[in-house]
Design a protein around this ligand. Structure first.
Ligand SMILES: [Zn+2]
Length: 453
């Protein structure tokens, strides 16, 4: 929601906030679940995932379509592929003839990637894990196709979005910061969804959340694993028997540790299925019934360099095309011949390798993963070149910012407010504007650095 509606929302009573959430939900539902979504969902259902050859052919067609579109509409690719015989790129193997798109090329030139004007696009601001802001323009088709992949995956595991009752653990800010009542949820009736705020999901409030979940009795649960895990621990420690059993629990956006998976599955007596969300429009990667991570070749192509660095081509990136983009993530692709016991011929990814999840810790509110800092910083993405959040004392958070020209002193105050919303009022915040954020070991930039743990 934009600033003024947000002010009205914040000052409304909770029943009115529920209504406003539903109205906003209705607007979003219309743009996310239009006819393209339903057509695509049907197409996904009709396509067999055990037929490897057909999957390959479809993937190649999608690849050719995206390359042709990018070269036709995106000034960056017109320049980047100059002199390359694009007609000769027919197969996934041929794709290697195209140059790799490095992260800094995307960051420096992102405006020349766009294939449509901002007014016609869904705009998404993200901060990547190195702390650099990126503004993605997404077409309506990109968005609806992505939602179809997501819901098709949930459907496979028994949950039908929009038809079944859903409880979502979300990092959106629908709980006003001045609220004192322990009512940390709002209803979006347009999608049969109760939204639970992940900001207050800690040991202190877990009882209130669990009690509410138990009266709501959702058919399935989705959202941030760190928040759901907090409740699961509370349920297990207090030996609470819930009066409902969700069909499944879907986690995303943060890493899911094996410990958390165990806690959640025990608490809710229900299986957890994880899916990845790391870059806007990246190929869809999700867990199958046998617990393996597959990527859907209809959603893109994943390659790995010899050093196991991941290179992605995303078929849902028509607004800001990503072709052979090196994401900075590391990955292990299983050998093609290995077929998963679930019967799917979709390629298997052997665990995304990476460091442990980065997090910072509040004195009174628990841990917050990099996702929260990414959300806080992305509100200022047009005014910053780079940002880093770090912690060396239990009661203080340090922020370093490389400012862009449009940065104003008022933004420092807003960033402070964002931090208070996340970590609370009993912390100190030091926000500094610097010429250059010093790189970490190995010359790498990091969005979040924790020197306390
Ligand atoms: Zn499988």
């Amino acid at each position: 929601m934009r600033e003024l509606p947000m002010k009205i929302y914040d000052n409304s009573p909770i029943y009115l906030q529920n209504l406003l959430t539903t109205i906003e939900g209705y607007r979003k539902t219309k743009s996310r679940y239009g006819h393209i979504y339903f057509e695509f969902l049907r197409a996904l259902g009709n396509r067999s995932d055990s037929d490897k050859a057909a999957g390959r052919t479809h993937q190649q067609e999608e690849m050719q379509k995206l390359i042709a579109y990018a070269v036709d509409r995106s000034p960056f690719y017109q320049e980047f592929y100059k002199g390359i015989d694009l007609e000769s790129i027919r197969t996934v193997e041929d794709l290697k003839k195209l140059p790799v798109l490095e992260m800094d090329m995307l960051q420096k030139n992102i405006a020349s990637f766009y294939t449509l004007p901002e007014s016609a696009a869904v705009v998404s601001y993200i901060l990547d894990h190195s702390g650099m802001p990126l503004k993605f323009l997404i077409t309506k088709e990109d968005m609806q196709r992505h939602m179809a992949f997501l819901d098709f995956f949930k459907n496979r595991h028994g949950a039908t979005n929009l038809e079944m009752k859903r409880a979502s653990f979300s990092s959106n800010r629908f709980i006003p910061k001045r609220q004192r009542k322990k009512v940390y949820w709002r209803d979006n009736h347009s999608a049969k969804q109760r939204l639970y705020s992940s900001y207050y999901c800690n040991e202190k409030n877990a009882g209130a959340y669990v009690e509410n979940l138990d009266t709501y009795k959702p058919d399935f649960i989705d959202g941030l694993p760190s928040a759901i895990c907090e409740l699961a621990k509370y349920i297990n420690q207090n030996k609470i028997i819930l009066s409902f059993q969700p069909i499944a629990i879907f986690t995303t956006e943060e890493k899911l540790t094996p410990e958390c998976r165990k806690e959640i599955e025990a608490a809710f007596d229900s299986p957890v299925h994880h899916h990845f969300a790391f870059t806007e429009g990246a190929p869809f990667i999700a867990e199958c019934a046998k617990g393996k991570m597959h990527y859907n070749p209809g959603s893109g192509i994943i390659e790995a360099t010899e050093d196991k660095e991941m290179i992605i081509t995303g078929f849902n990136t028509y607004g800001t095309p990503l072709i052979r983009y090196k994401t900075g993530e590391r990955i292990d692709l299983a050998i093609e011949e290995e077929r998963c016991a679930c019967g799917s011929a979709h390629p298997v990814l052997r665990q995304l390798q990476g460091r442990e999840e980065d997090f910072l810790q509040s004195q009174s509110r628990g841990k917050f993963t990099a996702l929260y800092m990414s959300m806080a910083g992305s509100s200022f993405s047009s005014a910053i070149r780079k940002i880093q959040f770090s912690q060396t004392e239990p009661d203080a958070i340090d922020v370093m910012i490389e400012a862009a020209e449009s940065y104003t002193a008022a933004m420092t105050e807003s960033i402070q407010e964002e931090l208070v919303y996340i970590f609370g009022e009993d912390m100190k915040y030091h926000i500094r504007i610097v010429e250059e954020i010093p790189p970490n070991k190995k010359n790498k930039f990091r969005l979040v650095i924790n020197n306390v743990n």
